[in-house]
Structures are given as C-alpha cells and as structure tokens.
Design a protein around this ligand. Structure first.
Ligand SMILES: Nc1ncnc2c1ncn2[C@@H]1O[C@H](COP(=O)(O)OP(=O)(O)O)[C@@H](O)[C@H]1O
Ligand SMILES: [Mg+2]
Length: 772
C-alpha cells in the first residue's frame, strides 16, 4: 500500500523505523480535519506495517510503500525525545467461534461474494480471483476484501477493531452486497450506453450518461419507464375505451416527477392495466369422453356428481355457451370440492384459479378500493384474473357460504354482479375503473352449508351435493389415489412399502374422524415420512441404494409407533345408556355426528323447561313441542298406566341439555330424540345403545322428514350404531346411502310419535289404538 507522509513528526517516525526492523504502526485520527492531532485524537487500533521503501517527493514529503503485518492495539503512546510518537501494544488476533459449521459457511459466503464483486469490476480481474481462491485464512480474506471496498473511514475503522471474526465477516458481507449493487448498476449504465453508441454519437454520449444517472436517481421523469409501459399497454390488447383512457393517464405520467407519490400510484395503476389479460384465452373444445376420463383419473366414485358435471358440459357444448346457472359444489370439508374444480378446468382446457371468499366481509375485497386510497388495490376478482393470465379461466369461488355482510357494505351484491351474465360483461372494479369483460369466465362455487349462502346468490346456483365418504369409500380413495400420490411425493417406490388394508382401515377408524379424506391423507403422509426415514437408514447401513427384496412392512401393530396412540374410539363404547338419555344424529358442516340428548327432572319446581347447550331458536321450540306432546300423552289414561303413576308436570322443572355445550346447534331434526329423552326419564327406562334417531316432531305428534339423511346415517354407522329410526317420508333418501352401509343397518321408518315410542320402549301401550 503506498502512503504519503507529510507531517514532520511522521517523517521522523518513518526514519526512526529503520532502527526497529522497519516496523511502523499506522493509525488514523478520529477527526480527519484536525490539523495537529494530539495523542487523544488518535485511534487506539491500527495496523502494524513494514516499510518496504521510501522516496522523498518534491514537496518535501515522502512517499512510502508499506506491507501490513497485522492489526495492532496500542496500549500506550509516548512522545519520544526525537519528536515522534512511540507506541507500545500488541498484535490483535481474530477470535473464532467454536461453531465450526457456521464459521465455514460464513467464510464460504464471503469468498463467493468476493468473487462476484470482483467479476463486476472493469478490467482484468483474473489474478485477483486467483488470489481470493487461494486464501485459506478467513482473517486474511477479510483484510483483503476490506482494503478493496469503498467504505467510509469510520466503517473501516470499525472493521479493524472487531475481534470476533464472524462479526467481521457479517459486516463485510453487508458492505459487499451494497458494493455489488452499485457495481451492477454502473455496469448497466455502461451497457445501456454502449448499446446506443456509434461513431456519430460522441456528443450524445455524455447527455445519455447524465440522463441514465438522473433517472436511476429518480430525479427526472422516467422516460424509459413510460416508454416501456406504453409498449406493454399496446401489447395488452385493451378495448377501445380503455386504450383511450390509458393513453391519457400515460401522458399524465410523463409529466409527473418520479419522486412524487402520485407518479408511483399512477405507474402502479398503468402496470395493472398492462398486466390484465384483456384478450388472452385458452380453451379446448368440450369433449365429453375426454372430460369423463379426466374426472375419473382424478377422483374415485362421486358418480352422481360426475354425471351432473358432464350433463352441464354437454349443455354448454350444445348451446355453445357456458352461461347459465352457476355450479355450486356443496359438501363437508375434504370431500374433493376444490380438486373437482381443478379437474373440470383440466377437462375444459382452461386455466384454474381459486379465489377464497371465506371471511370476506367488505365489498371492497371483491370490487377493489378506489385509486385515491393509499395502497389501494383491485379486488379479489381482478387479482385472480391477473394471476390466471387469461380472460376465460375457470374461477373457483371457494367457500361462498362464508361471505358476510356488515357495515362495510354487502359483498354479496358485488358477487351477484360478478356472477350475473347480464352484468358481468361490464364488470367494473373500483381500482381499475374500467369495464372488464368477465362473461367468458367459468365460475364454480363451493360451500359447506347451503343455509348461509346469501339467498340472491343461491338463486343463481345449481347445487351439486358432494357428500361424506363411507369407510369403504375412504379405503378405495386411499388405495387408488392418495397412496400413489403420497408415494411419489415422498420419493418412495411401490415395492419399498407394504401397507395392508387392515392398517388403512385402522387409520380410518381410529386415527381420523372426518367426512372427507384430508386428515387421512395427512396420516398417510406421516406414515410415509417414517418409512422414508427407515429406508434411508437401511440404505446408509448397507451402503446400497437398492432395497429390492426389502420393504418396510406397515402392519396395524406399527401404527402406535408411527402415529402415536389411537385418537378415536367408536362413540358407542364410551356411553353407558341411562334413563333420560337419547341418541340423536345431527348434521354438521363437517359431516354427520352422534348427539346424545340428556334430560333430567327436578321435583318441587314450577313446570319450567330449562334448556342448555347453546340451542338455536328452532331447537328450543322443538324442545317445547316435545314437552307439550309428552304432557298431552300423559293425560291420556293408557300412558299413565304405562308410567304406573301419574305425574303432575306443573310440579316439576325439566332440564334438557345437549352436549357438547360449546358448539351452537340448531334445527328441528332432534324433535323425536328430545321426546324420547323425556319419556325415557319418566319411564326410568334406558334406550338401547345400538339405536339412533332423527325426525322433526309436530305438536300433533306427527313425524316430519329432515335433511342430511346420508350424512347422519354414515355418522351413526361410523359410531357403530346399527338401528336407526327415520321419518317415513325420508325413505327415498336411502338410495343415496352406499349399499355396504345400508346392508349393515336396520332402518325403522316412522310416521308418528306413537310408532317412535313403541319401537324405542318396546311396548305397544303407546300405539294409537291403545291410546284411543
Ligand atoms: N373421491 C376422491 N378421489 C380422490 N381423491 C379425493 C377424492 N375426494 C377428495 N380427494 C382428495 O382429498 C384432498 C382434499 O380435497 P379438497 O378438494 O381440498 O376438498 P374440499 O375442497 O372439498 O375441502 C385432495 O387432495 C383430493 O384430491
Ligand atoms: Mg376446498
């Protein structure tokens, strides 16, 4: 390193160094402008150097060449009688952390980055790179890098004083990343210029350079940016009105200073316009055979659903128009609604794009914020269209039943506009503020429950129910779809795992409780992760990647080890039936569930009915009805005979509770269950533990049909109950229940409460004739 030494004191020190092995301590002063620095003005850490050569200059100063030997910490400065400063101190060594891996990683990163930076430098860089490659000592590499970087003096001093090598490297890495950016930018400027340069443009050269620099600094209207935008807008194929509008906005952009907020807002807006697929389409003509094949390829069973989808496609093909009712796939989570949407898109040769509507409560989320808003953006529809990159994707509006209206406005009215074929040709997002044609988008919606879909939207929809799977169906889905998919996702081959049906059945019944197959898929993935670990362990041990002839056998006994203890047990086993408890089946958005209703009676009451368990209005009313029906029957003589004593119900309080208490429940379908709980209490007779029931009760004692029969029956079946009481008018729903389940369950169809009580309590004293 060449240095110029000017001050008399310093020249004396250089001369003196000849008597001390040519060693010299070089330090910087704290403030550069101090003319005559005193001891306290000097830094305490500097560099110990060897003077290699010294030549006087004409101005009376000296030019010297020094080699750095090491960093040096001064303990004490002394003014020597010779008039120069003497220093006493010690070499500073680097301190290494004991975390070897991290040390290595940092060192390697530094080398890598150094190479990158050097490559960006103009001129021949080959020797420097070779030098870097040879360096083995991290401290030395730091010194070399620091010397070449354009850092401020104080930053360099800081680096010099750092003792922890890793700290030093980290600081250097930061500085070098900045350096790399600067160099890259310089190179870009150079490149941009050389592109446009020719002999006649010597004069233009300087102007161009100036301009590039200023636009990089953001000081001049970014001509380049506006030109680029203009080109993109021309290519985007905007419709006439939009084109005119964008032209005006572009002119406005050119006039704005790029540092202004408005410039930024406008530029973002124009970029949105340019990025929308105004005229891009993908499509293949509808081919029913191919569609059928694709649907089967991706999904097991679902015959009814597939048939409806194909019919829908057939109509679209005949009409040559996809407009019409919007398909709504309705069903519990994990039954394949979203993935069906994906298959349909594949079958139609369209891009698939999923837009989640769950929890959307603000109209602006659908239709965007006006541009005046800081950070405003288009709504979800336009964002999805941009992501799709075509103007005719299949857009899956997921969870439309979770749209909520509140004081921010009603998102469902915006949705209505999106879905209405009359209006969506000119869909106007608040942000985009121009009509975008959505009429070629193929919309499909999904929902868990039908009741909470806003009614005007529901009207537009053709609902296709995708219902829960039986254990048998789950087994088939696992074998034919989930397992092959998970095998390949875990890098496993068929012959490396043995997964017997017995194991799968146990996973389905004891490790999952769900309507769909999502949890099952997760459990299979967990099994395969464990398998992968074993396979690799074995390979490492044997030193071979061939495992042929050796497979991991996942017998049912192994589940405990891989998945932990069993999580679910058939519900029935947990319950000891007592008088006052009646088993119902309920429909929930997650599929069906077993519901035990409890009743108890308290003497010296006032005829009150106490209801707990977060019951909705309708359910409260069914409890009232059940009680009234019971009282009416009790007043009849035969009932009193069955009871053997007559209660004066106005002297008792009755309490009905529906666990689980924290979950809100509603609906009329527990009517006959509540009735049975009350009657069982008065009869002091338990209900058989293999029985379940559902049905709405009227005040006159009739039993009316209820919804969700398939889900409810499957839930009872899962819980191991094999006798179900259903309203007679639900008989037609039984055909939707898979045969393998139907065969195992005994159905009793009832019309009125006398029949219910006769079946449940096993006496014909309740029969209509007896009562009469
Ligand atoms: N009948 C089926 N055949 C094959 N795979 C299925 C079937 N039903 C669901 N799946 C798989 O289960 C997973 C969850 O499905 P998903 O579409 O997310 O359910 P949903 O949208 O109804 O909640 C997906 O990986 C899907 O492929
Ligand atoms: Mg879904």
């Amino acid at each position: 390193m060449p240095l110029v030494v000017g001050r008399g004191r310093s020249i004396k020190a250089v001369e003196q160094s000849q008597n001390a092995d040519n060693l010299l301590v070089v330090v910087t002063q704290r403030v550069l402008t101090t003319g005559d620095p005193q001891i306290e003005d000097l830094h305490k850490v500097g560099t110990l150097c060897k003077v290699e050569g010294s030549t006087p200059t004409e101005q009376g100063s000296r030019q010297i060449i020094v080699t750095g030997i090491g960093r040096y910490r001064v303990m004490e400065y002394n003014l020597s009688p010779g008039g120069y400063l003497e220093a006493r101190g010690e070499i500073v060594s680097d301190v290494y952390s004991t975390y070897e891996v991290r040390n290595q990683a940092l060192f390697y990163n530094l080398k890598e980055l150094a190479r990158e930076v050097i490559e960006l430098l103009p001129g021949a860089t080959e020797p420097l790179i070779k030098l870097i490659d040879r360096v083995e000592d991290p401290g030395y590499l730091c010194n070399v890098c620091a010397a070449y970087l354009s850092l401020s003096l104080s930053e360099k001093q800081e680096l010099l004083e750092m003792v922890q090598i890793n700290e030093r490297i980290e600081k250097l890495l930061n500085a070098m990343r900045k350096e790399r950016e600067t160099l890259q930018m310089q190179r870009e400027i150079r490149d941009k210029m050389s592109e446009r340069l020719n002999k006649a443009q010597r004069e233009a050269l300087l102007r161009e350079q100036l301009r590039t620099i200023r636009s990089e600094l953001g000081e001049e209207p970014g001509e380049g940016i506006a030109d680029e935008l203009e080109l993109k807008l021309q290519e985007a194929g905007l419709p006439e009105e939009a084109l005119k509008h964008s032209g005006e906005e572009l002119r406005r952009l050119r006039a704005l200073p790029p540092i202004s907020a408005e410039y930024h807002v406008l530029r973002t807006y124009l970029e949105w316009l340019a990025a929308l697929p105004w005229n891009k389409k993908t499509e293949s003509p509808i081919d029913l055979q191919r569609a059928r094949r694709i649907l089967d390829e991706d999904h097991y069973g679902l015959e009814e659903v597939k048939k409806r989808i194909l019919q829908f496609l057939a109509v679209a093909k005949l009409k040559n128009d996809i407009r019409g009712p919007i398909l709504c796939l309705l069903g519990p989570p994990g039954v394949g609604k979203t993935s069906l949407g994906q298959s349909i898109a594949r079958a139609m040769g369209r891009k698939f794009i999923r837009t989640s509507l769950g929890g959307v409560r603000d109209e602006a989320e659908i239709r965007g914020h006006r541009r005046t808003y800081v950070g405003s953006m288009p709504g979800r529809i336009i964002q999805s269209i941009k992501r799709a990159g075509t103007r005719n994707p299949l857009m899956l509006l997921d969870e439309i039943d979770k749209l909520r209206a509140d004081f921010h406005g009603d998102p469902s009215s915006a949705m209505l506009e999106v879905l209405d074929p009359e209006q969506n040709r000119n869909f106007t997002d608040h942000y985009i503020d121009l009509a975008f044609d959505l009429s070629d988008v193929f919309f499909i919606t999904t929902a868990n429950v039908v009741d909470t879909i806003p009614p005007p939207l529901r009207d537009r929809m053709e609902i296709i129910e995708v219902s829960s799977y039986t254990s048998y169906e789950k087994l088939q889905i696992a074998k034919k779809y989930l397992i092959p998919k998970q095998l390949s996702e875990h890098g496993l081959r068929n012959n490396q795992v043995i997964l017997p049906d017995e194991t799968l059945c146990k996973v389905i019944s004891h490790y999952t409780r769900e309507a769909g197959v999502r949890d099952l898929q997760r459990k299979i993935a967990a099994l395969f992760r464990a398998t992968a670990e074993k396979v690799v362990e074995w390979q490492d041990k044997s030193g071979s990647t061939l495992t042929d002839g050796r497979a991991i056998d996942l017998g049912p006994g192994q589940l405990q080890e891989f998945l932990g203890p069993e999580k679910y047990f058939p519900e029935k086993a947990e319950r000891i039936m007592k008088p006052g408890i009646a088993p119902g089946v309920a429909w929930t958005p997650q599929g069906g569930d077993i519901l035990y209703i409890e009743a108890t009676v308290m003497p010296s009451g006032k005829g009150n009915l106490i209801l707990t368990g977060q019951l909705g209005e309708v359910m409260k009313e069914s409890a009232q009805i059940a009680l009234s029906v019971t009282r009416a029957m009790m007043s009849r003589s035969m009932m009193a005979m069955v009871l053997r004593k007559s209660y004066d119900l106005s002297q008792y309080d009755i309490h009905i509770h529906v666990p689980a208490g924290a979950i809100p429940k509603d609906g009329p379908s527990a009517g006959i269950t509540i009735l049975c709980a009350i009657v069982s209490l008065f009869l002091t007779k338990s209900i058989f533990s293999n029985l379940a029931m559902t049905g709405e009760l009227t005040l006159r004692g009739a039993v009316l049909p209820v919804g969700g029969i398939k889900e409810k029956v499957l839930a009872a079946h899962r819980a191991g109950l094999n006798h179900i009481i259903l309203p007679k008018r639900n008989e037609s729903d039984l055909i939707y229940i898979p045969k393998e389940v139907r065969d195992q369950i005994h159905f009793t169809l009832v019309d009125n409460v006398e029949e219910v009580l006769t079946y449940v309590f096993g006496t014909d004293a309740f029969s209509a004739q007896a009562a009469a």
